[in-house]
Design a protein around this ligand. Structure first.
Ligand code: GCU
Length: 361
């Protein structure tokens, strides 16, 4: 049986550590420039170019004791300027009562309901984290309508090459939520961790890759066009995702249908742009559409970015790791859970334990 190293070599991924002009990346200074190149190709070819950051303001709408008085819950309205006027969306925050500022996991979620089957707020608090949540359709609908919400503020209906799609909108909104969280005295300024599942895992990665104020990233079952390398993967490919969800991406992404071998990028570029910050990737056994092995290969291929900073990356295992196990020794955590495509309690436990260690809670 082929080893993982052989499988990775056969994927023939584009070189992470070679600049566009063919030169080798030299040290951290060289990597900083390479990271700009990576973000640029991902913006132009996959997600679209994000608007320049316009810092958000906030209004506290509600505040109440919660979870047996262990925590305080707040609801804010986040507002910022766009070319078509002020755009606003709601932000939920729960903070454990403590003398010390807490790190905060910022989840972009599928439902406005809190807590939710993907979002065990009390457990997150009990691990010493604050947590914030945005409901993604408060930002823009998850469909081809480019006129509503934040999408409507940027004339995205034109669908020009390089214009962002819905993932770009959701990721930009996460950064605007981070503006507000970074102003809250009860939160650690070096502790904002973005999180999301599936299409919102892709969103969490794209936000963290671009926004260096984000201290860490969680991406659960993101798969195609997220945390899995595209070349040679099982399940979903660009031809599928751009047929079913063209509106998630820049129109330019369509060009790469059935031409994946020629792409000047692959998804390990996205993960590497998050280095040196800690990154946690979750996969599930019954999720061939996302392809756990290609998620693991992506983590391994991105590893040199963390190594450049002297941090341990994922050690390459001989083969796919056993079900219900994790690699968590370096700056990148990868776990492989039994069961289907879902953001489960088991996933959260891996993430919370990893980040509690990284943030020395
Ligand atoms: C679809 C899509 C995936 C996506 C998933 C989800 O299955 O093909 O790419 O990750 O939806 O967001 O749940």
């Amino acid at each position: 049986m082929a080893t993982l190293q052989e499988i990775l070599a056969a994927r023939k991924l584009p070189e992470l550590m070679t600049m566009n002009d063919g030169g080798a990346v030299a040290g951290i200074g060289g990597w900083e420039k390479r990271r700009v190149e990576l973000l640029d190709v991902l913006a132009q070819e996959v997600y679209g170019v994000s608007p320049a950051p316009v810092p958000a303001s906030w209004k506290l709408e509600e505040e109440a004791a919660a979870y047996a008085d262990k925590a305080v819950e707040k609801r804010f309205t986040v507002s910022f300027d766009t070319p078509k006027g002020v755009f606003s969306f709601p932000l939920y925050l729960a903070v454990p009562r403590s003398e010390k500022p807490a790190p905060c996991i910022l989840l972009m979620n599928f439902r406005a309901q809190i807590p939710d089957e993907y979002y065990p707020v009390e457990e997150i608090l009990d691990h010493g984290f604050a947590t914030a949540c945005v409901y993604y359709e408060d930002v823009s609908s998850d469909d081809a309508d480019m006129e509503n919400g934040l999408a409507g503020c940027y004339s995205l209906a034109e669908r020009r090459d390089g214009q962002m799609g819905k993932i770009g909108c959701w990721a930009y909104a996460m950064s605007r939520a981070a503006d507000v969280l970074l102003e809250q005295p009860e939160l650690r300024k070096d502790g904002i961790i973005t999180a999301g599942h599936s299409r919102l895992g892709k969103t969490s990665l794209w936000c963290a890759a671009q926004d260096r104020r984000v201290a860490g990233c969680i991406s659960n079952d993101a798969g195609c066009s997220g945390d899995a390398v595209t070349r040679g993967k099982l399940g979903e490919h660009i031809v599928d995702i751009t047929a079913n969800y063209p509106f998630w991406f820049s129109a330019s992404y369509q060009r790469h249908r059935n031409r994946e071998e020629q792409m000047p990028f692959d998804q390990h570029f996205l993960l590497a742009a998050i280095a040196p910050r800690p990154l946690a990737i979750g996969s599930a056994q019954i999720d061939e559409w996302a392809d756990p092995q290609s998620q693991l290969l992506s983590c391994i291929a991105a590893g040199p970015a963390w190594q450049l900073y002297g941090l341990g990356a994922l050690a390459m295992p001989q083969e796919m790791i056993p079900v219900d196990s994790a690699l968590q020794d370096g700056a990148v955590s990868f776990h492989y859970r039994s069961g289907t495509h879902f953001l489960s309690r088991r996933d959260w436990q891996y993430y919370l334990n990893f980040f509690a260690k990284k943030l020395k809670l």
